[in-house]
Design a protein around this ligand. Structure first.
Ligand code: NAP
Ligand code: MG
Length: 505
């Protein structure tokens, strides 16, 4: 890379009319000049154009990533030095924090408070993996006397990373940080709706000293570019976050080349409020648990089960506070909840609410589209509580991915656990109770990758995030994620005085 190119990347504003692909350390147009429009879902307005990668572009990105991996420049960089580059990425992101937040809000319609928390976490993810990689190591294993065995962790290779639109930069950080910390090269396929901050992240990685070809960003169609990457024989691993049906499809496609696969998929997470809970804390935590990020979270606690003896008290407060949630200008610090991501997500929410009504459920709050002043053409929906539901209803069984929670009662701990586990998913879960023994007992029996005990938050850098059952497999955000971007090589040596002659020839 020449100094001029470096300066060009460094000095560019994040807000642009046109965003290019980022391949082999360069900003490039799509091979056929194709572009897509990106919309601010809070207003419905087009905010920018983005180059739309073709298969040819994806091929160039794979070749660049492969060459960068095979030339060894990055993977053989001592881990301490790789860590410094990751810290530099974090430092640049921090120095441009407000710009990143604003761009994320503009492209997602989420509230500025939510975006600030997510961008901050994205930065901390790079800092976490900068530290973690230095301690990532193999082992020395027990073998008979004159033998010696140790293992080495080696980067798995070229990784295709497919990102959803609900947390565009944070999900990119969850994938890029451990991958490049481990020495891999990556090709990121951002969601078509939200490619902007991922493109900027690629440029920042480069500015921080990641060699060309190690991080490539190719916005483009999931079914076209996504499939192409998943099937490509030069790609060693696929990491995907998104819907369960696409996750299943990816797993099947990746099998032809036996790629390593990690999948972070959908959820329908249970939220259990016991009779001995701190009701106010449970109300506040349950509101955040479902309505944060407009309910567009894979670990959204969308099934609320309340002990019958505290149901009325809980619900009175829960409904009252839900009706006070502020949906307004996403850039206003007063705003709690922003818009949905697009018309299709709005239609999905409307469809599920209608299905609940048709099946005999009762709308206890919300249940309608909103048109906040100044944002009349955006995709907004009121925080919605649905009662009088049964376990077989569509709205209870399927992931909605919107601001909709279903509520019902239970009468004892055993029933609460049974209801919690009555789902094909197994990502998040929450327990509200002041009885520590009960919390431990229930946490042990819930079939989910994450259990939140009296706690509204599901993850910090360093805590494993991932699912049981059809919520996928593999864990992100944790030390063990580094293993999922590594191969383990076992090195077996013999140091005996006499040469071995196993056949006795
Ligand atoms: P999706 O289709 O699973 O998309 C997620 C990512 O996968 C996007 O980058 C998408 O690209 C890409 N993709 C789509 N089809 C692909 C394919 N055949 N091969 C490889 N990659 C492919 O999710 P969605 O359509 O945006 O949302 C649908 C539902 O998925 C939501 O309502 C929600 O229930 C669930 N969802 C879950 C999560 C989560 O965090 N677990 C996140 C997002 C959505 P394009 O953007 O170009 O299509
Ligand atoms: Mg899709």
């Amino acid at each position: 890379m020449t100094k001029t190119q470096e300066t060009a990347v460094e000095t560019q504003s994040m807000k642009r009319d046109f965003y290019k692909l980022f391949i082999n350390g360069e900003q490039v147009e799509a091979s056929d000049g194709g572009r897509t429009k990106v919309v601010n879902p809070a207003t419905g307005e087009v905010i920018a154009e983005v180059a739309k990668a073709t298969k040819e572009d994806a091929q160039r990105a794979v070749e660049a990533a492969r060459a960068a991996f095979d030339n060894g420049k990055w993977k053989r960089t001592p881990t301490g030095r790789r860590a410094r580059v990751l810290n530099k990425i974090a430092a640049i992101m921090r120095s441009r924090f407000n710009e990143l937040v604003e761009l994320e809000v503009l492209n997602t319609g989420k509230s500025i408070g939510a975006a600030q928390g997510q961008i901050n976490q994205a930065i901390e993810d790079f800092e976490f993996y900068a530290g973690a990689i230095v301690g990532h190591r193999g082992s020395v294993n027990n073998v008979p006397g004159q033998f010696h065995n140790y293992t080495e962790k080696e980067p798995v290779g070229v990784c295709a990373q497919i990102i959803p639109w609900n947390y565009p930069l944070m999900m990119a950080a969850w994938k890029v940080a451990p991958a490049i910390a481990a020495g891999c090269s990556v090709i990121i396929k951002p969601a078509s709706l939200t490619p902007l901050t991922a493109i900027i992240l690629g440029e920042i990685c480069h500015e921080a000293g990641v060699p060309e070809g190690v991080v490539n960003i190719v916005p483009g169609s999931g079914s076209e570019i996504g499939n192409f990457l998943v099937e490509h024989e030069l790609v060693n691993k696929v990491a995907f976050t998104g819907s369960t049906p696409i996750g299943k499809d990816i797993m099947a496609r990746a099998s032809s080349t036996l790629k390593r696969v990690t999948l972070e998929l959908g959820g329908k997470s249970p939220n259990l409020v016991f009779e001995d809970a701190d009701i106010d804390a449970a109300v506040d935590g349950s509101i955040y648990g479902i309505f944060n990020n407009t309910g567009q979270s894979c670990e959204a606690r969308s099934r609320l089960y309340i002990h019958e003896s505290v149901y009325d008290e809980f619900m009175e407060k829960f409904i009252e506070k839900t009706n006070r949630i502020v949906l307004a200008d996403p850039m206003s610090p007063e705003t709690h909840v922003g818009s949905l991501i697009d018309q299709s997500q709005l239609d999905t929410v409307k469809y599920y609410v209608q299905s609940a009504i048709d099946e005999g459920a009762e709308i206890l709050a919300g249940g309608k589209q909103l048109h906040p002043e100044g944002f009349e053409n955006g995709f907004w929906y009121a925080p919605t509580i649905i009662g009088n539901v049964t376990q077989d209803m569509k709205v209870v069984r399927e992931e909605i991915f919107g601001p909709v929670v279903v509520v019902s009662k239970f009468s004892d701990e055993k029933e609460a656990i049974k209801l919690a586990n009555d789902t094909e998913f197994g990502l998040g879960s929450a327990i509200w109770s002041k009885d520590g023994a009960r919390c431990t007992r229930v946490a042990n029996q819930i079939e989910a990758g994450i259990v939140m005990v009296n706690c509204p938050f599901s993850a910090f850098p360093g805590t494993p995030f991932g699912g049981y059952k059809q919520s996928g497999f593999g864990r992100e955000l944790a030390i063990e994620t580094l293993d999922l971007y590594s191969e383990t090589k076992s090195i077996m040596s013999y140091y005996g005085a006499r040469p071995l002659n196993p056949f006795g020839l």
